[in-house]
Design a binder for this molecule. Sequence first.
Ligand SMILES: [Zn+2]
Length: 253
Amino acid sequence: VSRSHAAREPTVALRIAPALVFLLPPRLRPRAGELAVALDGTSTLVHLLESVGIPRTEVGSVTIDGRPALLDTIPTDGQIAVVAAVARPQPGADRGFLLDVGLGSLARALRLLGLDARYRNDIGDGELVAAAIATGRVVLTQDRGLLRRRALPAGALVRGQGTEAQLADVLHRFAPRLAPWTRCPACNGVLQPAGAETVAPMVEPGTRAAYTQFATCPDCGKVYWRGAHAAPLERRIAAAERAVREARHPGRT
Ligand SMILES: [Zn+2]
């Protein structure tokens, strides 16, 4: 990235959408309205955007000199590229999510809402990308380097520090169909309803007497019931449902 000087090198002007400016290095943010980026004759738009910190997964439509352009276009001297953020809500949540290391509590929060959120804290980038290719899942990560992997079929850079902010970002981005209480928060298994007599050996008699709705996880064997923790969880679920409605129909809720 360079400024244009008297003996100028070829450049393309990038006009970056406000929603993507936070990805730029601080020194470039004030110039995001029109950022001059040096051209080497071989770099595509996606390379140029990555060179200023913007992964392709975060980019929506792009125009060059007013015409729609593909991300593998090689810009020429003097052109102006207008770069939009990926449109929200974005499709793909139905294929399920694959969460990068460090996002374990986001995975649990997504599973509580019934979202298919696979997570392992012991796999490397290569294995994660291979799993994404094999399953078609959307990779959720806070690592921009991972999103530069060409082989990655679909990914999203999760905004926010802390589970609550990250969950809000994912719900706003994908507006997924929620199915609360259908998935095991611990392991992502699909819960099976179970009668009190089935779970009797695994549950304290007091619990058995107090609750009638039980479910078991066929993958890890955990037993769930609507217990004392249900009220705060129900509030979180209601908030998530509102967030998804708002993401689908902004301003109507
Ligand atoms: Zn489980």
